[in-house]
Design a protein around this ligand. Structure first.
Ligand SMILES: Cc1cc2nc3c(=O)[nH]c(=O)nc-3n(C[C@H](O)[C@H](O)[C@H](O)COP(=O)(O)OP(=O)(O)OC[C@H]3O[C@@H](n4cnc5c(N)ncnc54)[C@H](O)[C@@H]3O)c2cc1C
Length: 347
């Protein structure tokens, strides 16, 4: 493998029903940073049927080049034809870095593609940067420059591992939605668009999709909320979440929760924040009756302002909080709601 042939930071631009997923823009934002450090270009790969029209939106979010693989076989996501399409794009264009979202689709696609093109993949990254590897020089081992350093929680979140792929290309990573930031839209931006179709054999024994049944979610997407009022086991019961709902309503925010709450069946999994839930980045995050386990903090530490309410003054949540109130949530939360409502009326 001649590593020098591999150029560009490529992003798999996931789309469903011909609508680009938010993760595509988040990955493009990160790709732009990485490409700046490597002095190379950013490309998006979009795979589907009748999807050429998506190129401008990708350009507006930072793609300088868009590779379009457009074929009726690719209308609905299926592992086989998508893995074939993306592997062939990699074989033809030889990207230095290939980023994929750690979504249901990306988690299925990424590892299969990396195996086909004989490279490594770091799953579920929370940080990506360009640097030297090994990070600290090791006697007798060559330190390589300009490597993609891929950081992710490991061993149940008890340690953070930084992984590199110095001997193979592309360097592949999947990244969790909500972790990277998209750039401000560049209105009117145009990308160089290239159509590439590696060919799909009809009657190819791909999985046949008989029916697509869409789940109707009754909850809001907490990843979009500007204010989150998050409750933990300390809230005590599903009924008692009412006091958090009242606070959220007074503030124009949404309710989310810790995993203990989901495990107890008090709230649906869609509302869980953390390593195995969602990564959120609201302007204000209330952590109420949440102890602040590392796996929870991993999903909310990027919030602009964190306010913790906990009766235990040694709770680790206070280490990440900007403001902390020590006391019983059953007294503090209703009082807070009352004061906020009163302040709103007096305005
Ligand atoms: C692989 C793995 C992945 C995980 N992923 C996640 C994840 O995505 N998200 C997540 O949240 N967790 C996750 N966890 C679980 C995590 O380790 C914790 O167990 C969990 O976050 C604890 O939830 P909690 O803070 O609500 O409950 P607890 O840890 O039980 O904390 C309850 C808190 O409420 C306080 N409290 C009790 N009563 C009151 C009161 N009346 N007033 C004020 N405060 C009160 C207590 O002092 C305590 O600090 C994961 C664990 C593992 C091993």
């Amino acid at each position: 493998m001649n590593l020098e042939e591999y150029k560009g930071v490529y992003v798999f631009a996931e789309q469903v029903d011909n609508k680009l997923s938010g993760i595509a823009f988040e990955l493009l934002g990160k790709a732009k940073d990485l490409a700046g450090d490597l002095d190379t270009y950013v490309a998006a790969v979009v795979i589907g049927s009748e999807i050429k029209g998506l190129a401008d939106e990708l350009a507006a979010h930072g793609a300088e080049k868009v590779i379009v693989v457009d074929d009726p076989e690719l209308k609905v996501y299926r592992t086989e034809p998508y893995a074939h399409a993306l592997s062939e794009v990699i074989n033809k264009y030889k990207p230095e870095i290939m980023l994929v979202g750690a979504t249901a689709i990306g988690r299925d696609l990424g590892p299969r593609v990396s195996a086909r093109v004989a490279t490594g993949l770091t799953a579920d990254c929370t940080q990506l940067e360009i640097g030297d590897f090994p990070i600290n020089p090791v006697a007798g081992k060559e330190q390589k420059h300009n490597q993609l350093l891929m950081t992710r929680p490991a061993f149940g979140g008890n340690t953070i591992a930084t992984i590199a792929c110095p001997d193979n290309r592309p360097q592949m990573a999947t990244v969790r939605p909500g972790v990277m930031q998209k750039i401000d839209k560049i209105e009117g931006a145009k990308a160089e668009v290239e159509e590439f179709n590696p060919g799909f054999t009809p009657d190819n024994k791909y999985v046949e999709i008989m029916d697509v049944v869409k789940a109707v979610s009754e909850t809001v997407d907490i990843m979009d909320a500007k204010i989150l009022v998050s409750g933990g086991r300390g809230v005590g019961s599903p009924e008692n979440f009412r006091i958090l709902e009242e606070l959220a309503e007074a503030l124009g925010g949404e309710v989310s929760c810790s995993r203990a709450v989901v495990d107890n069946g008090w709230k649906p999994k869609d509302l869980q924040v953390g390593q195995t839930g969602k990564t959120v980045r609201p302007q204000v995050y209330f952590a109420i009756g949440i102890s602040g386990a590392i796996q929870h903090v991993a999903g909310m530490e990027e919030a602009d302002v964190i306010i913790a309410i906990n009766k235990d003054e040694t709770a680790p949540i206070f280490d990440v909080a900007d403001y902390g109130i020590v006391g019983d949530l059953n007294k503090i939360v209703p009082e807070l709601t009352k004061q906020i409502k009163a302040a709103a009326i007096s305005k």
